[in-house]
Design a protein around this ligand. Structure first.
Ligand SMILES: C[S@@+](CC[C@H](N)C(=O)[O-])C[C@H]1O[C@@H](n2cnc3c(N)ncnc32)[C@H](O)[C@@H]1O
Length: 254
């Protein structure tokens, strides 16, 4: 527990007991060739790999647990089809990154990634909507509504003092964009680090203190770092130990 194993995802998953983790937050390869680990001979090879780790992972999640999987919208559509009958679809989260992947002139420019949110049980799973409320958009309307309420379907509605419910479109600036210097992209230690605030939102909404978070394909280990900061337990695996943040305990498996 609370270690990242330097190990291939399949060997690592085999070593875990079934029904072990409360929440899986998985940021796997996307087949976009951003690094050697993201190169596959063909789309079919990529899908075989992806479906294989999904199938090895699902039994490790508790029957009341949940999972989040990152990818491109196209790959997420294929993953979701593969997940039918194995997990319950809850949300298609659109991550609006404010940072286009590349400039397309023959189609609309890509500015989003997708996150699939599923639960293992259709109804019995933890979700704390209050822990991830966001500020209301219209300050003046909400200030007015807080005093007098707004008439909705014959009832008076008062805004929640902690903000609005979190929607399924997440406007969070990418790390790549955040770390630009004078508009120039910098070479990062890891090519695809995920923003801390995005992981925080998933962990707060879908787990309680003390719960165990699975961090396959750890990369920098940001999911585990956030889990630790929020008093959750974590366990994960990564092939390249040089990517991992030095604050994490690393276990090399020979
Ligand atoms: C998309 S990145 C994860 C980035 C991470 N979420 C972060 O924010 O730093 C995917 C990671 O999976 C690792 N990886 C790729 N294939 C793997 C495998 N078969 N087993 C374990 N790790 C693997 C890569 O080294 C890479 O760091």
């Amino acid at each position: 527990m609370n270690q990242i194993y330097i190990q291939d995802v399949f060997e690592f998953l085999e070593s875990l007991p079934n029904a072990f983790v409360d929440l899986a937050i998985i940021d796997p390869p996307y087949n976009l060739k951003v690094a050697n680990w993201d190169r596959f001979k063909s789309e079919n090879d990529f899908l075989d790999f992806s479906f294989a780790w999904i199938d090895s992972m699902l039994p490790k999640i508790k029957p009341t647990g949940s999972l989040y999987i990152f990818n491109t919208p196209y790959n997420c559509a294929l993953f979701l089809n593969h997940l039918r009958g194995k997990a319950t679809f809850q949300n298609w989260i659109t991550w609006y990154k404010k940072d286009g992947m590349s400039a397309h002139k023959k189609r609309f420019n890509n500015t989003q990634e997708c996150i699939l949110f599923c639960s293992m049980n259709p109804k019995k799973y933890y979700f704390n909507c209050d822990s991830v409320r966001l500020p209301y958009d219209s300050v003046s309307r909400i200030t007015h509504a807080a005093k007098k309420g707004i008439l909705k379907n014959g009832k008076r509605w008062y805004p929640n003092p902690n903000g609005k419910l979190c929607p399924d479109v997440w406007e969070i600036v990418s790390e790549r964009h955040k770390q630009k210097v004078n508009g120039r992209t910098q070479k990062l230690n890891h090519p695809t680090p995920k923003p801390k605030e995005m992981i925080e939102r998933m962990i707060k909404a879908s787990s309680k203190e003390g719960d165990l978070i699975l961090d396959l394909f750890s990369g920098t280990g940001i999911t585990s770092i956030v889990a630790r900061a929020l008093n959750r337990q974590f366990i994960g695996c990564e092939l390249n130990k040089d990517y991992l943040d030095s604050s994490l305990e690393i276990k090399e498996v020979k």
